[in-house]
Design a protein around this ligand. Structure first.
Ligand SMILES: [Zn+2]
Length: 315
């Protein structure tokens, strides 16, 4: 598809919108996983795979943005889900996100403290990768570790596994703390122009709705408003969907916004980077070695065993 007057392709728009998959770089927040509900050993026997294990959201990168007492029920991936995932196009960020979403759709249920159940559509967009790796951990309990090599200052080479205990999350700007409302799971800000704004990371449901919108706009040779796409998904707390017309109405509001509000919201959303920032592991010398979050062997490598031919061929 060529769009002559738009300098950005559909993939470029999607990359911006789905940016959290690609990069994770900022500062360090050591987080404790010590009180995580440890998964019980799941046998490789496929009949036991539908067993869901409970996880407390407070250990997730966006944990504070779910209602208090929310639990995630997560199970290992089954062969047919791994088969579907294995066809992911590593070069197509839209496909990577879709395949990850499909994996969450199969393996994740949400249980709210009032007994209501939720789906992957309620998951915060920036928790996606963390959950994909959690499913991976449950799926490959007999080894099959995915790791990144790093060198400690002492000269020791370390393999840092991509697993929960080695994940370090993005830090939340401490300036934001006093504006956080635990009852709504969002930040509430009053601005000097007399406005009040509520901001919270968007859900996967919203992310999908905006992705569909970008695709539709591109198909009609229209350039989506990037600044709108950056900011508005953070202003829809409590929602897991929005219609095309709903997005159009929001766009109208956005374009008629006063300058102070826009500048404020733009800066506030810049502070909303969560998720896995990097990997860390303690070296035998006692120092902690850090390395960038990355997908060794691409996004497909999360569930596709890289050297399966050699590993599983009987000599
Ligand atoms: Zn060392």
């Amino acid at each position: 598809m060529s769009n002559n007057k738009n300098e950005m392709s559909e993939e470029d728009y999607l990359k911006r919108h789905l940016g959290d998959v690609e990069s994770s770089k900022k500062t360090n927040i050591p987080s404790s996983f010590s009180d995580l509900v440890e998964p019980q050993a799941v046998e490789s026997n496929r009949t036991t795979d539908l067993q869901y294990l409970s996880f407390d959201v407070k250990d997730f990168p966006c944990g504070k943005f779910y209602p208090v007492g929310t639990m995630f029920m997560i199970r290992p991936a089954q062969v047919r889900e791994i088969q579907a995932y294995s066809m992911v196009d590593d070069k197509n960020i839209y496909d990577v996100v879709e395949k990850m979403n499909d994996m969450l759709m199969s393996c994740v249920r949400i249980k709210y403290s009032d007994g209501r159940m939720g789906s992957y559509l309620d998951v915060k967009d920036q928790d996606r990768i963390y959950l994909v790796f959690l499913i991976r951990e449950l799926t490959f309990q007999q080894g099959n570790s995915l790791s990144v090599n790093a060198t400690c200052d002492c000269g020791q080479e370390l393999a840092v596994e991509l697993k929960r205990e080695n994940f370090r999350f993005h830090d939340i700007d401490p300036k934001l703390d006093r504006y956080f409302s635990p009852s709504t799971g969002s930040f509430v800000f009053k601005t000097v122009n007399g406005k009040e704004y509520e901001i919270t990371p968007p859900t996967i449901g919203l992310q999908k709705a905006f992705t569909d919108y970008i695709i539709k706009e591109n198909a009609e040779k229209k350039s989506p408003n990037l600044s709108f796409l950056k900011i508005i998904p953070f202003m829809l707390n409590g929602r897991t969907s929005i219609t095309y017309d709903g997005i159009k109405a929001k766009l109208d509001e956005f374009q008629n916004m006063d300058d102070i509000s826009f500048q404020f919201l733009n800066a506030a959303v810049d502070k909303m980077t969560f998720g896995i920032q990097k990997l860390a592991k303690k070296c035998t010398c006692g120092e902690e070695v850090h390395t960038d979050m990355q997908f060794p062997n691409g996004a497909s490598g999360i569930f596709v065993v890289h050297d399966a031919f050699e590993a599983y061929l009987k000599e």
